[in-house]
Structures are given as structure tokens and as C-alpha cells.
Design a protein around this ligand. Structure first.
Ligand SMILES: Nc1ncnc2c1ncn2[C@@H]1O[C@H](COP(=O)(O)OP(=O)(O)O)[C@@H](O)[C@H]1O
Ligand SMILES: [Mg+2]
Length: 201
């Protein structure tokens, strides 16, 4: 799960994840709950990602889904997604984001229940799933951290008169990951890390 405020780079992070898979010949499925295909492809082109080319090579499937569609996928056992997994080539899935879907359920326990169901369904098809989650105060919402194997937090903090972007791995099951908050920048090539720079807040 990638958590961050609007504009921190969650969709860019998710695109890196699918691009890395595509470089290995793995097909990625991008389920976009917020952005249309045209807008998303244009945004990613600015970072140097040619998603049209990936799609043409059969390495990327873009699926725009409304919250209503996502809900009916859940209710009907994700039948609409099943076709993508039939030949076993989809290895990576992005759901960007789960926030609106979760907010469409009333009450914390049904919100968590919905996410749990989504994960269970996707797990059945054996893909690695990356979900993004919008935070409004830098903190994860919904208390769903225990449901996922890993959590990345993206920050965009005011330091003096500037904003500094940084990333932190809060959790990564089975890995002795870095505990350092790493500065990153968005630009050509997407996310670039600057491990030598300090975030001073
Ligand atoms: N060409 C660019 N170079 C550097 N930063 C950019 C460029 N285009 C957009 N951005 C930054 O990237 C952010 C959007 O990244 P995105 O991955 O869509 O964030 P999120 O999904 O978290 O909202 C914008 O808020 C903007 O600050
Ligand atoms: Mg986004």
C-alpha cells in the first residue's frame, strides 16, 4: 500500500511498479478509480513513461473503473476482472486508489471488510497487488495496515519556504528494510531517490 496526500507521487510510484514488471515481460493491470486513461497517460508521459507503447506491446492493461463498478465487482466476485487473469500473464495489479471505494462504505468495519474482500479476490489470481491510498494529514486512513504486506508513505513537507518530498518504508514483511526517510524528486524518469540528502523538519 502506498499512502500519501494528493500530488505526492502515488500514481507515479504505481507506474514504476508496472514498468519494472513490463521490463521483465510481465503484464500489468492498472485499475484507475480516479483518472481517465487520456489524462493518466498524458501525466505519465511527462515523467517519460510511454504507456501507449507498453499497451501496444500487450504489457499494460488500463481499466477505468468507477466506485460503483468497483462495488459491483466486489459483490459479484470480481467477474469483470477475471478475463484479464485467464491466461495467467497478469502478474502485477495496481488499484489507484482504494480511498473513494472505501469511503462509499459506511462504518469502519465494513470499509475494512471491503478491502479485505478485494485483497482475497486478487490473491486468488496470484498477482502482486499495489494499492494507493489518499491521506489528508500524512497519516494512513481506515487502519488497514495489518491487511497488507508492505506500507510506503510519501510525504511532501514544508521545510522553511520549500517543500521537500520524502519516502519511508513503514513495513515490509520478510525484509530487513531501511528505516530511513529518503528524499526523492519527481521529474523526467519519474521518482528519483536522494539517499544522501537529509530531511530536516
Ligand atoms: N514534469 C514534471 N516534473 C516534476 N514534477 C511533476 C511533473 N509533472 C507533475 N509533477 C508533480 O507530480 C505530482 C503528481 O504526481 P502523481 O503521481 O500524480 O501524484 P498522486 O497520485 O499522489 O496525486 C504533481 O502534484 C506535480 O507536483
Ligand atoms: Mg494519483
Amino acid at each position: 500500500m502506498v499512502v500519501g496526500e494528493a500530488g505526492t507521487g502515488k500514481s507515479t510510484f504505481a507506474t514504476h511498479f508496472l514498468k519494472a514488471g513490463a521490463d521483465l515481460g510481465e503484464v500489468g493491470l492498472y485499475v484507475s478509480v480516479e483518472e481517465s486513461k487520456g489524462k493518466f497517460f498524458d501525466n505519465m508521459r511527462r515523467f517519460g513513461f510511454d504507456l501507449t507503447a507498453l499497451e501496444a506491446r500487450g504489457l499494460l492493461i488500463f481499466h477505468k473503473a468507477s466506485v460503483q463498478e468497483m462495488r459491483s465487482f466486489l459483490d459479484q466476485g470480481m467477474v469483470s476482472f477475471e478475463e484479464y487473469f485467464r491466461d495467467g500473464r497478469v502478474k502485477r495489479v495496481v488499484i489507484d486508489s482504494v480511498t473513494a471505494l472505501m469511503l462509499s462504505y459506511g462504518g469502519e468495519s465494513s470499509q475494512r471488510g471491503a478491502l479485505m474482500m478485494l485483497f482475497e479476490m486478487l490473491e486468488r489470481w496470484g498477482a502482486t497487488v499495489l494499492v494507493t491510498s489518499e491521506s489528508d494529514d500524512g497519516e494512513a486512513r481506515f487502519n488497514v495496515g495489518y491487511l497488507v504486506d508492505g506500507i510506503f508513505h510519501l510525504y511532501n513537507r514544508k521545510v522553511g519556504q520549500e517543500r521537500v518530498r520524502s519516502i519511508e518504508v513503514l513495513k515490509m514483511r520478510g525484509t530487513n528494510h531501511s528505516r530511513q526517510e529518503i528524499v526523492y524528486r519527481l521529474g523526467n524518469g519519474g521518482i528519483s531517490l536522494y539517499p544522501g540528502e537529509k530531511v530536516l523538519v
